[in-house]
Design a binder for this molecule. Sequence first.
Ligand code: CU
Length: 286
Amino acid sequence: MSTGQRNYLSLGARVGAAALPLIFFAGLAYAQVEGQPTPGGIGLPATVTEVGRETQTFYNALLLPIITFIALSVLGLLLYVCWRYNEQANPVPSKLTHHTGLEIVWTLIPILILVVISIPSFRILTHQVEIPESKITIKVTGNQWYWSYKYPEDQGGGFGFDQLMKPEAELKEGEPRLLAVDNEALVPVNEVVKLQITAADVIHSFVIPAFGVRMDAVPGRLNETWFKAEKEGVYYGQCSKICGKDHAFMPMAIRVVSREKYDEWLAEAKKKFAAAGSPARLAASE
Ligand SMILES: [Cu+2]
């Protein structure tokens, strides 16, 4: 075996070794706990809704390959220019300033890429905002710096409550720091939940990555979206609009449970929160 070949092999081995952590982290990504971030996690978090899966496929199968291709092509071009057109290799530089053909190409190609991206993107957006028939409506209001929820009376609710981040000293075993809350909002599994989202003071943003839900909470405006969680568990999110000093400390937590447990909780919560404040009434959802 020649020295050249051996060098080539050792280069291959080095590249392989460098790729190992990537493979390791990719493995971790698949082992992520649903509903909350995992140490060492990479890639998008696990999702439990159809819309969530659509957005992830869109990102992993289309956006990521396109951006990787663009980044590598630009890097390749840069390296080629450094090598081919440096002062020694190219002592007499070209004086060319315009090339109509080239300008048309570098305008058209990005436009075509954006058109290709926009088609599946608008399809997912439509899916996110076209709300299927739902029996459950929850109104979520962003406040500086907590969320409040209202469950309408005609759906077995008639109460509202505030959801505040739990201080670290009060965390129970297994509860994630900066994400766990005092009052979790419950929803039943495999049922369409319509969310009405607004804010009381400044713009907040209601985001639950595992549901593929992201919707701005704007004062004076009622935004709507929906989700249908397919798996029981607790799913966390964080406000995603810079909304003031405690922006980072207003997480949301939604617990997905069976229909029976949900009905039990409704009855309990009705007593608990009715005692705490006035019952919530929502504008009747269609
Ligand atoms: Cu906020």
